[in-house]
Design a binder for this molecule. Structure first.
Ligand SMILES: Cc1cc2nc3c(=O)[nH]c(=O)nc-3n(C[C@H](O)[C@H](O)[C@H](O)COP(=O)(O)OP(=O)(O)OC[C@H]3O[C@@H](n4cnc5c(N)ncnc54)[C@H](O)[C@@H]3O)c2cc1C
Length: 447
């Protein structure tokens, strides 16, 4: 053992996360999404033992998941292994495990690792950054037929369903079944539903053109449904109208004010009408992952922890919730569940802990700086809202592309995505069109 005082010793991860470290405070971060990674990064120079727990080994750039689902990009292009992302951070231990319970009183979390069972990880500080998952509004049985889009697995499932549907439409002799295979229903007209619908429309019109002998993919029907009055409800109404016009021009049927009553093997029943469809995709709602509830603190209807102005859990010193898992109010409005908010919250808490460790008390509350809201509607068209600024069209699309490439987690992701986009832009082709498993025969299990 070195005789050097703890503060002068080089950062070294212990590799043992169960036992408390008497020499150094331990910060446990649960979740390696935007918020968790930002918190870890903000603590990179702090004299702490940092443990980042995630049930997945990778960080996902979720804003481009829809491009994996529609075969533009492959999973590795929008994701990065968490260990590789924070390779140079010597005070960081990454633990592949799922947090199954938290005991705030004894300051431990239970983390279940594949092969190692459940281990207790003690903490001095805890940062919960576990994000959201799809919500079926009390109808979890819909999930079997209508996958949500949250993980790389979801995106691959959706891609396989879409591509498989065209294969089945090509081979079936039954006209009704052919029409069902060539009908795609997206439930939820928020940014994900809109982006997915537009990308799918361009795929059927351009990428798949001439690929089949018996069917014409351009005749596929793409229906975007929402119970609300308009698409993109978080944007200004004028932008919603422009987006609806754009979607219609691309051949998407937009049905707003229509509630989905049932999703089953045959398709959906919406507003009292059945729409036969072999591919239903759920982009309607989200609910917090269960971890904030484990803190025993108050949560909102979506399961997000109601946090204090320092993003702290009230009555639990040293415990914070950030990103989508937190319900944060600013000037009477909720801070939106977007990547920028998650990054700013994670960074804020990381810096707060680093200051506290140096004996400085932080009193300045978290303040969200809104850099604007964007959505892309197929090739050459995006909308942007920032304060009173509202723009749409080709230039906005260029800004969207630039911002997204720059925000990707690693240089290799940026280079690969740029390469794919340039190829796809000029040829109309999409490089990720493989179906790993043969499509299932209609009537067999839906997923
Ligand atoms: C399809 C889609 C498109 C989007 N598009 C945009 C966009 O264009 N622009 C934008 O700003 N935002 C967009 N968002 C929202 C944005 O991605 C989120 O706001 C952001 O990811 C929130 O970051 P987070 O760190 O809070 O959670 P996440 O990024 O979701 O990360 C949560 C992490 O916690 C881990 N985790 C969860 N539970 C546990 C557990 N029990 N144990 C261990 N680990 C756990 C998960 O594996 C995950 O890695 C989109 C989201 C989706 C799903």
């Amino acid at each position: 053992m070195s005789a050097m005082p703890a503060e002068n010793r080089p950062h070294q991860a212990t590799g043992i996360v169960d036992a408390p470290n008497p020499e150094r405070k331990r910060v446990v971060i649960v979740g390696g999404g935007f918020a968790g990674i930002a918190a870890a990064h903000a603590l990179r120079h702090a004299d702490v033992e940092l443990v980042l727990i995630d049930r997945r080994n990778h960080h996902i750039f979720q804003p481009l998941l829809y491009q994996v689902a529609t075969a533009v990009l492959s999973p590795a292009e929008i994701a990065a292994p968490i260990r590789q992302l924070e390779l140079k951070q010597r005070n960081l231990n990454v633990l592949l495990a799922e947090v199954t319970s938290i005991d705030v009183a004894s300051r431990t979390v239970d983390a279940s690792s594949p092969g190692a069972g459940i281990r207790k990880v003690s903490f001095d500080y805890l940062v919960v950054a576990t994000g959201m998952r799809p919500s079926y509004f009390g109808h979890d049985e819909f999930a079997r037929y209508a996958p949500g889009l949250k993980s790389l697995g979801d995106a691959e499932t959706i891609r396989a369903k879409i591509l498989g549907a065209f294969e089945l439409a090509e081979t079936t002799e039954d006209e009704g079944e052919r029409a069902r295979q060539m009908t795609f229903v997206l439930v939820g007209a928020g940014p994900t539903g809109v982006e997915l619908a537009a990308s799918l429309a361009q795929m059927v019109q351009v990428t798949l053109r001439g690929n089949f002998r018996r069917i014409d993919p351009a005749k596929a029907s793409i229906v975007l449904l929402d119970a609300g009055k308009r698409v993109l409800p978080t944007f200004a109404e004028s932008l919603s109208r422009r987006v609806t016009r754009r979607l219609t021009k691309l051949g998407v049927k937009v049905l707003t004010g229509v509630k989905v009553e049932t999703v089953d093997e045959e398709g959906v029943i919406a507003g009292g009408n059945r729409i036969p469809s072999a591919t239903v995709i759920w982009t309607a709602g989200v609910v917090a992952a269960p971890v904030p509830k484990m803190l025993g603190t108050k949560t909102d209807r979506a399961g997000r922890a109601l946090v204090g102005p320092l993003l702290n859990v009230v009555d639990a010193p040293g415990v914070f919730v950030v990103g989508d898992a937190a319900s944060v109010m600013q000037d009477g409005h909720p801070v939106p569940g977007v990547a920028q908010a998650a990054i700013q919250e994670g960074r804020y808490v990381g810096r707060l802990i680093a200051k506290e460790l140096k004996g400085r008390k932080v009193k300045r509350p978290f303040s969200y700086f809104d850099k604007g809201n964007m959505a892309v509607v197929g090739k050459n068209y995006a909308v942007l809202e920032r304060g009173r600024l509202r723009t749409s069209g080709f230039l906005t699309w260029l800004v969207w592309a630039f911002v997204h490439v720059l925000s990707l987690p690693q240089l290799q992701n940026r280079l690969r995505v740029q390469h794919q986009w340039v190829w796809s832009y000029f040829t109309g082709q999409r490089s990720s069109r493989l179906i790993p498993e043969p499509p299932r025969t209609p009537g067999a299990d839906a997923r």
